[in-house]
Design a protein around this ligand. Structure first.
Ligand SMILES: [Zn+2]
Length: 256
């Protein structure tokens, strides 16, 4: 599977995915249509499907125009957000399987950022398209869910293999690193990773995709049940979901 990353708007990433055996092409979370159409035209490709992770405009804004340009294209999106995403052809839920040519993705529901947020895990390709659920060194804002839901969602993501590449929808990593250091100031891996991404950003290189093994070791939102993280927020005896709620609240108020 070929994965092309298109940076759009201020900090969004759109992913164009192609099954190399069949040429079938999809797009994940098209914030806008024009850059996708331009890319597909330049490569002489058509569009077979759109994968939406959730209903937000910066993930679905290109749907309508893409559908006009490629009328046979199917929209794959969360069943529970059908009222908020028009024209869904393939409503998906937890446990659904979707195909792009010979490539298969498992769908997992990860409520929290929105109630219907789903992620697409191409297991064989080690590729996870996770929208705004998990970011590198961060996670999405909890707009619609509860801390318990969102912590359960993040644990689900954490259970995937270490080698999984995390294709999230925003370039927030450097800002997230600044916040992560307020939680785990002494985590040596975090320090060295921050140096690495500072260099990358100074050259305007993307820090995404990340690798799940790295996220498990330095993303505070995946570490709410680790003693050192609990201690850092003064909640050694607390439930991990409560620790998550506290860290999420601190991040919402963080000005780096
Ligand atoms: Zn969103």
């Amino acid at each position: 599977m070929e994965i092309i990353q298109l940076p759009v708007l201020s900090d969004n990433y759109i992913y164009i995915v192609t099954c190399e055996e069949t040429g079938m092409t999809g797009v994940v979370d098209p914030a806008s249509a024009d850059p996708v159409i331009a890319y597909l035209m330049a490569k002489n490709k058509t569009l077979d499907c759109i994968f939406n992770t959730h209903h937000h405009e910066d993930h679905t804004g290109g749907n309508e125009k893409l559908l006009q340009r490629y009328p046979d294209c199917e929209i794959v999106a969360p069943a529970s957000e059908t009222a908020r995403i028009p024209d869904i052809d393939v409503p998906v839920k937890d446990g659904s399987t979707v195909r792009l040519g010979m490539c298969t993705a498992k769908v997992m529901e990860v409520p929290g950022h929105t109630t219907g947020h789903v992620i697409y895990w191409f297991e064989k390709q080690n590729a996870l398209f996770c929208g705004d659920s998990l970011f590198s060194l961060g996670c999405g804002r909890m707009f619609e869910g509860t801390p318990e839901q969102m912590w359960a969602s993040l644990k689900k993501i954490r259970s995937l293999p270490d080698e999984t590449h995390v294709y999230c929808a925003h370039e927030y990593t450097l800002d997230n690193a600044g916040f992560a250091e307020t939680i785990e100031a002494t985590n040596p891996l975090l320090k060295s990773y921050r140096k690495k991404i500072e260099k990358m950003r100074s050259k305007n290189e993307p820090t995404v995709p990340s690798v799940l093994a790295i996220e498990k070791s330095i993303n505070p939102f995946l570490r709410c049940d680790h003693p050192e993280v609990k201690k850092a927020v003064g909640m050694e005896q607390a439930d991990p979901a409560a620790v998550f709620a506290e860290i999420r609240k601190r991040k919402d108020n963080f000005r780096g």
